[in-house]
Design a protein around this ligand. Structure first.
Ligand code: MN
Length: 207
């Protein structure tokens, strides 16, 4: 099988009390694992089997006949990326250094960034993701995407993301998505990882 479920970058209880071990057990061990298994099943015996995850995403994006493969491949990438966006210690709050400067340049202030990110994550109707990305012009911006879609198909470099599918927060927050978004911004957002992505100037390799 070409793809395997990467282990979480921390213990499953490491994000408590913000995200429970039970949520991670199901979100990583069941949902993420199911996307990996389904992707392997779908590409077995096809030319896509020889491609990297990022290549599969690009090759199947915007192709209605390959939608199921795209959905599973992109969800594998999005989740591997998302685990790194959560910091077990010293997460959330304001960024520092180069990233702080870039955020001020793009949004005017950290508070404005926060407002815009919260709005994107809150108003993504149904399942999806909210992102901080470096656009093609290098400027930071906030986007939201439905379902499995992600900004890498638009040539943007994701810096951080929040999963706003209900499976990401329902056990811990039930229907209170805004509470989950606040906790992400206050206590979980891994700014060091976001800064690594900014410095990398290319897309995170998830597999
Ligand atoms: Mn998810």
């Amino acid at each position: 099988m070409p793809f395997t479920l990467p282990p979480l970058p921390y213990d499953k209880s490491a994000l408590e009390p913000h995200i429970s071990a039970k949520t991670l057990e199901i979100h990583h061990g069941k949902h993420h694992a199911a996307y990996v298994n389904k992707l392997n099943e779908l590409i077995a015996g096809t030319p896509l089997e020889k491609k990297s995850l990022e290549e599969i995403i690009q090759a199947t994006a915007n192709d209605e006949s390959k939608k199921v493969i795209f959905n599973n491949a992109a969800q594998v990438w999005n989740h591997t990326f998302f685990w790194h966006c959560l910091a077990p210690k010293n997460g959330g709050g304001k960024p520092k250094g180069e990233l702080a400067k870039k955020i001020d340049e793009a949004f005017g202030s950290y508070d404005k960034f926060r407002e815009e990110f919260t709005a994107a994550a809150t108003t993504q109707f149904g399942s999806g993701w909210a992102w901080l990305v470096a656009g093609k012009d290098g400027k930071l911006k906030i986007t939201k995407t439905p379902n499995a879609e992600d900004p890498i198909t638009k040539g943007e470099v994701p810096l951080t993301t929040i999963d706003v599918w209900e499976h990401a927060y329902y056990l811990d927050y039930q229907n209170r998505r805004p509470d989950f978004i606040k906790v992400f911004l206050d206590s979980l957002l891994n700014w060091e990882f976001a800064e690594e992505n900014l410095g990398r100037n290319s897309v995170f390799k998830a597999a």
